[in-house]
Design a protein around this ligand. Structure first.
Ligand code: 5GP
Length: 271
């Protein structure tokens, strides 16, 4: 299945590149927008992004989807599983809601970020056992005009994450993890607006916060995630997978601190 989707994805990419070489300047495919420009040597290259989207995940919600474990999945760390918003990615985005991906052929090299591995494992863990993206630096390569090389992309992301500490801001306002409380979406949004002077975007699953995005201009000053979101109805409709009252589930241990006991373990290379 994964192999099939990889084939479909590469066929789609090939199609986009052919269309671009025929002079189609912009293409959109399956929700992923690829702004393509023709480079000086006649090769297609993606135009530079407009802003950064720091996508955060709430493990208390995300980990409820875990059906099997692998060594790379932080949901399977039992009592050491993350209890804060963790980083999903620092995504370079276009203002029209699309985004570039895999901008150069540069491959991810773990050696370049060896000194960052501890904080990355803690705050930017994988929460699934899925395959990595088709290219190894899907977002980092497209951020390069601003963030530079691989090391600086990861370091910058960690710095922004620590500076704009969403978990701390929410906890201090009384929005703490709970398996019984429901909180007003409007309240959560306004606490973040007050703290960062910008409007976040939320995504929910079954009424629980799964993702929270905060956005930045290219100089890392906060900006609204939704363009032109001055009215509160825009803000709420942009988070339309969320009901008016939402939960922030506490991490439910996947088998009382012993994830292996309830979940099947599947080695990474089988997935
Ligand atoms: P999902 O379907 O889980 O929302 O997204 C799958 C992947 O698509 C993400 O891990 C991310 O790499 C990419 N993606 C989804 N939404 C966005 C977005 O708004 N901006 C960018 N740059 N990438 C996104």
């Amino acid at each position: 299945m994964a192999v099939l989707s990889a084939k479909l994805a590469s066929a789609a990419l090939a199609f986009i590149l052919v269309a671009a070489s025929l002079g189609l300047i912009e293409a959109r495919e399956a929700g992923i927008g690829i702004g393509i420009e023709i480079g000086s040597r006649g090769k297609p290259r993606q135009r530079e992004f407009d802003y950064f989207n720091l996508a955060l995940q709430w493990p208390g919600t995300y980990c409820q989807r875990t059906r099997h474990c692998c060594s790379s999945n932080a949901c399977c760390r039992g009592s050491n599983s993350p209890s804060v918003f963790t980083i999903h990615g620092l995504w370079p985005d276009y203002n029209d809601g699309t985004w570039p991906a895999c901008c150069t052929r540069k491959h991810f090299d773990e050696k370049e970020i060896s000194t960052l591995l501890d904080p990355l494992e803690k705050y930017w863990p994988s929460l699934s056992c899925g395959n990595p993206s088709s290219c190894h630096e899907k977002h980092g390569t497209c951020s390069a005009p601003v963030t530079g090389d691989e090391y600086n992309y990861f370091l910058t992301t960690l710095n922004v994450y620590f500076k704009y500490n969403v978990t701390k801001v929410l906890n201090e306002a009384g929005y703490v993890p709970s398996n019984t409380e429901k909180y007003p979406l409007r309240g959560i949004v306004s606490v973040i607006q007050n703290a960062f002077h910008a409007t976040p975007k939320l995504a929910c699953r079954n009424g629980a916060v799964e993702e929270l995005h905060i956005c930045f201009y290219k100089d890392f000053k906060p900006r609204d995630c939704v363009v032109g979101s001055s009215s509160s109805s825009d803000v709420l409709s942009s988070s339309n997978s969320c009901p008016n009252y939402i939960s922030l589930p506490a991490y439910a241990s996947l088998g009382a601190g012993n994830a292996e006991s309830k979940l099947s373990w599947v080695p990474d290379d089988v997935l």
